[in-house]
Write a protein that binds this ligand. Structure first.
Ligand code: ADP
Length: 262
C-alpha cells in the first residue's frame, strides 16, 4: 500500500507539472500573439501620417510649390502629419519604458492639490484655444498628501485633462475634484463634453483604440493616452474608473494612496 500511495502521489505531481507547463506555453502563445498584433497596429498607425506627409510633399514637388499660398497650406498640413508621427513615437517610447522589467516607481509623498494646479497652469493655453475653462475644487485649506511617483501621476493628469479638452464642446467646463475616500484619495477629471456611448467603454483603455478615428486624428491623438494612464495607475496597484453619458460628458477617476500621518 505504501508503494501504491507513493505512485499515486508521484503521478499527481507529474500531472500538476504537466498542467503548469501547458499553462506556461499558453501564456507564451498569448504574449506572442499580442506582440504581433501590437507591431501590426504600430506600423498601421505610422503609415497613415507618413503617407499624408509624402502626398503633400509629392504634390509640392509636382508644381504646387510655384503657388506661394498653396505651398504654405500644404507645408502646414505636412507638418501636422509630422507632429502626429512625433506624438505617436513619444507615446510608444513612454510605453516601452513603462513596460520594461526594470521600471522603478519613485514613490514619494507630495501634495496632490499642488500637482493639479501645476498641470492646470501648463494646460491653460490649450484650454483657452478651445474656449474651455478649467476648474478645481480648492476648498481644502490643508494639503492632501499622497504617496506615488509624482512624474507619472503628472502624466496621468495631463493625459486625462488633455482628453477632456480635446473631446469638449464649445465653452465647455472641465472640473478636477479631489475627494477623500478613506484610506484612499480619489482624483476625478469631469468634463461636459461629447461623452462616450456605453458600448465603447469596455475597450477604451486598449492601445490604439479610438471611438472616432477621424476625430481623434484631427485632435492629434495617438490612441495611446488612456492605455498609458491605465498602465501607470495599475503599476501603482491603484484603480481607474470611467463613467460617461453620450452627449453629456465623461468622468475619469483614479485612486491614490494617502500618506499616513504618524
Ligand atoms: P486619443 O489619442 O485618441 O485621444 P486615448 O487613448 O487618450 O487616445 O483615448 C481613446 C479614445 O477614448 C479617444 O479616441 C476618444 O474617442 C475617447 N475619449 C477619451 N477621453 C475622452 C473624453 N474625455 N470624452 C470623450 N471621449 C474620450
Amino acid at each position: 500500500t505504501v508503494i501504491t500511495s507513493d505512485i499515486d502521489a508521484l503521478s499527481r505531481e507529474v500531472q500538476k507539472f504537466a498542467e503548469f507547463k501547458q499553462q506556461q506555453i499558453a501564456n507564451l502563445h498569448l504574449r506572442e500573439n499580442y506582440r504581433r498584433d501590437f507591431l501590426g497596429n504600430v506600423s498601421h498607425e505610422l503609415k497613415t501620417p507618413l503617407f499624408t506627409v509624402q502626398g503633400y510633399l509629392l504634390t509640392l514637388a509636382d508644381g504646387a510649390m510655384d503657388d506661394k499660398k498653396i505651398s504654405k497650406k500644404y507645408l502646414k498640413r505636412a507638418n501636422k502629419g509630422v507632429e502626429r508621427l512625433i506624438s505617436i513615437v513619444k507615446d510608444l517610447d513612454l510605453i516601452s519604458k513603462l513596460e520594461s522589467a526594470d521600471l522603478v516607481l519613485n514613490k514619494e509623498p507630495f501634495n496632490i492639490l499642488e500637482l493639479v494646479q501645476e498641470v492646470f497652469d501648463l494646460l491653460e493655453m490649450k484650454g483657452k484655444k478651445r474656449n474651455v475653462s478649467l476648474h478645481f475644487n480648492k476648498h481644502y485649506i490643508f494639503p492632501i498628501m499622497v504617496i506615488a511617483d509624482i512624474e507619472k501621476i503628472e502624466q496621468v493628469l495631463t493625459n486625462l485633462i488633455v482628453n477632456a479638452i480635446k473631446y469638449s464642446k464649445k465653452n465647455g467646463t472641465i472640473m478636477v475634484s479631489i475627494e477623500k475616500m478613506e484610506p484612499k484619495v480619489l482624483v476625478k477629471v469631469i468634463d461636459d463634453g461629447e461623452g462616450i456611448k456605453a458600448a465603447y467603454l469596455p475597450r477604451l483603455f486598449e492601445r490604439f483604440y479610438r471611438v472616432d478615428q477621424s476625430r481623434s486624428r484631427d485632435q492629434g491623438g495617438s490612441g495611446l493616452g488612456l492605455s498609458i494612464v491605465k498602465h501607470i495607475i495599475e503599476s501603482h496597484n491603484e484603480q481607474i474608473f470611467v463613467k460617461s453619458e453620450f452627449g453629456k460628458g465623461s468622468e475619469f477617476s483614479f485612486t491614490l494612496e494617502k500618506e499616513k500621518v504618524i
